[in-house]
Each structure stands twice: as C-alpha cells, then as structure tokens.
Ligand binder design. Sequence first.
Ligand SMILES: *Cc1c(COP(=O)(O)O)cnc(C)c1O
Ligand SMILES: [Zn+2]
Length: 422
Amino acid sequence: MIARTDACPADETGVLRLGNATGLTCRECGNTVPLGPFYACDQCFGPLEVGYDFPRLTRADIEAGPKNIWRYAALLPVPQDIASRPTTEPGYTRLIRADGLAAELGMRRLWIKDDSGNPTHSFKDRVVAVALAAATEMGFKVLACPSTGNLANAVAAAAARAGIRSVVMVPANLEEQKILTTAVYGGTFVTVDGNYDDVNRLASELAGEHEDWAFVNVNVRPYYAEGSKTLGFEIAEQLGWRLPDQIVVPVASGAQLVKIDKGFTELTELGLVDGKPWKVFGAQASGCAPVSDAFAKGWDVVRPVKPDTIAKSLAIGNPADGPYVLDVVRRTGGAVADVSDAEVVDSMRLLARSQGVFGETAGGVTVGVLRKLLADGQLDPDAETVIINSGDGLKTLDAVASSVTVPAAIKPTIEEFEQFHG
Ligand SMILES: *Cc1c(COP(=O)(O)O)cnc(C)c1O
Ligand SMILES: [Zn+2]
C-alpha cells in the first residue's frame, strides 16, 4: 500500500494523532503499521485493526462525558476534542427491559438495546461518526461508501452535518424508504443495477481511482469498525457497569458482533467492569447465511453466497469479518443461526406486539434467532440476555405491509364502531 503522507495532517514529529490509538496491527500476522488510511496488511493482506495505549480511566470520567458515543472518545481512534465538532452525535440509545417479550419467550431477564434511536435510525451512525472523525484528521474531504441502505443514510447525513461532500452507492432494488432517506440529505447518490457485492466491488475500484475519498467501510474500515465497540460499552454502562451473560447480534459483514465482544474485553481489561464469561450469538437470515452455514459445518472459512432475503440490511454474501465472527462465537461458547423470511416478519410483529418496539427486518432476524436458539436449548432462558435492535421498522415497511391488517374506514358513529370493532 502506498503511504499517503501528503494527505495526513501530522504533528511536528510527522505522526498522525488519533486520540490514544497507536497504530494498525494485522489481525492475521501481527505486523504493525503507523496510523493512516490503510486497511490491508502489506505483508499478508490480512485486515488491519486499531491498537491503543489506553490511559487510566474511571467510570466517573466516562459518566461526566456527553450523552452520546463521544463519552467513550478515550477508547476510540478520534481526536479527543471530538465532542465539540459538528457530528451527528449518535449513541446512548435506550436499553429497554423487555419483560413483555421475555414473558412470551419464557425468559427471566431480557434487554433490548434499541439502536433505532440513532440520528438516522440505525446503528450505522456510530461507525460512520468514528470513520468521519478519523478521516477528517487524515485530510479527507469526501466521505463515500457502498451500502445495503442504512450506511447510505448515515454517511449522507454525517457528511451534510460536517459540511463535506458524500458519495453513496446502493443496489437499486433497495427499500424505497432507505432510498428517500438518503436522497434527502443531498450529496452524490448512485443507485446500481446489481446486488451489494457488485456495489462493493465497484466501490473498491473507485477507491483505487480516488485516493482522496474516504470510503468508510473500505479504506478507513479499521476506524469505522471501532465505532461498534460503543454498543458494548453502552450496554455495560447501562446495566450498571456489568456485562450480560448472553448477547444476540445481527450479522452482515460481522464487524458489529466482533467489536461488541472487543468492547466487553476492553472494559474488563481496564477494570471498568468485573471480569466474567459472556456468550456471543450471531443472527442471519436464511436467504443470506454464509456465516451461520460455516458455523453449522464447523468450517473456519466462510463460503460466499448470493443473497436472497427481505433482510436487505444484512444481505452481504461475502462478509469481511465472517471468520472473526466464527472465532468470537466459538471462543465464548455462543453460536450463529439463521431464520427464514417468514420467521423474520413474524418476529418483527412479535417484537412490536409484545414490547412496543418496531424494529426493521434485521431486528426480526435477531428476535427470530433468539427464539430459535431458545427452542434448541443453545440459549439459556434463565441467563441475563441482551439483543440488539439495529434499525427502525419504518425503513422496511414493505416487509410487514402484506401481513398486518389495515381496517376499512367506518363512519364516525357509535353504531359502526360497535358493529365492526365492538
Ligand atoms: C449494517 C447493519 C447490520 C450489520 O452490521 P455488520 O457490522 O456489517 O455486521 C445490522 N443491522 C443493521 C440494521 C444494519 O444496517
Ligand atoms: Zn499481516
């Protein structure tokens, strides 16, 4: 990879500073390179991950921070004054005690981390905010991405807030709600005749052509991925600085799941929570289940598939972090499972009916896998469990449109009310 020192604002020693981050380390061979817009190891092409030298940090230090992800700025690869810059300020979403859903499923203690409460209504605002902060320090002026939908929303909004250009690419067959909620922010918006993996390939080619564009999930992916640690940090803090016994996470590229586990590990190492075991479970839709498939077959590698599912936000057939998901779930004693589209819709409705939370298809996948793994006996109904609702049902209305009944209008009279609804 070519060093782009020209684009990197450096201090007097010529070193890019990103908070307490110290460099990028290859997840395969351990080779370390300086911070910069690098994502693949120059020795073995393995993915790079941010390393840190964390300061001593107390719960009180974090609790004194803003009610968004920047309260954890010391644990992220971002400038430490990030909270005073123009960002979408994602995070610190609700952790809901889900007694209604727990009762339906025969569970004792269940929580929903409801990330539909983010600025563009999905967890992607977290990863984009961190990618943008790092990219800005590296001198990038354009924020770009290939997306399955939610990332497009988050990039377009974050760039608009920061006053820079966005270039966003999505498969043309995306949900109309996600198309509109991207277009409204302005920026360059490209719909592509192809699936996500086609769009991703195009983005990789463009990233080679436009070295001054920060593709959040390509050339600045190591920083982007770190944003998902904040889900783990918040869950622990909102549980009163405790870790749950079990967590169920939706899997597209797999980065979210891997980084939640990393977040739990870092909190433990920093002494911010008491050490204890936790189990991580991954959720996929059967129409795009390459990681679940590899888990079931006992493989270490993930064989790419062609996605065909209503859970479009999870429709990545060749997931970059798939092998690392397998590592995490096997190390912690979890599992990866998948559910059919019919079960996704049924689970979206169960979540809404029992708990008053309208999650998107990815939420239906997660609840569906929760049910399946409880039935299989792989999840313990008596253990404290957290599930992630990563997006908003308003963005995937078509998924439920044909299965909910919209009543015919009545005349505004008592008689008609009694006749039809009494
Ligand atoms: C992108 C996305 C995910 C999965 O994220 P990965 O880190 O790619 O696994 C889950 N849920 C929703 C709603 C998403 O948009
Ligand atoms: Zn390497």
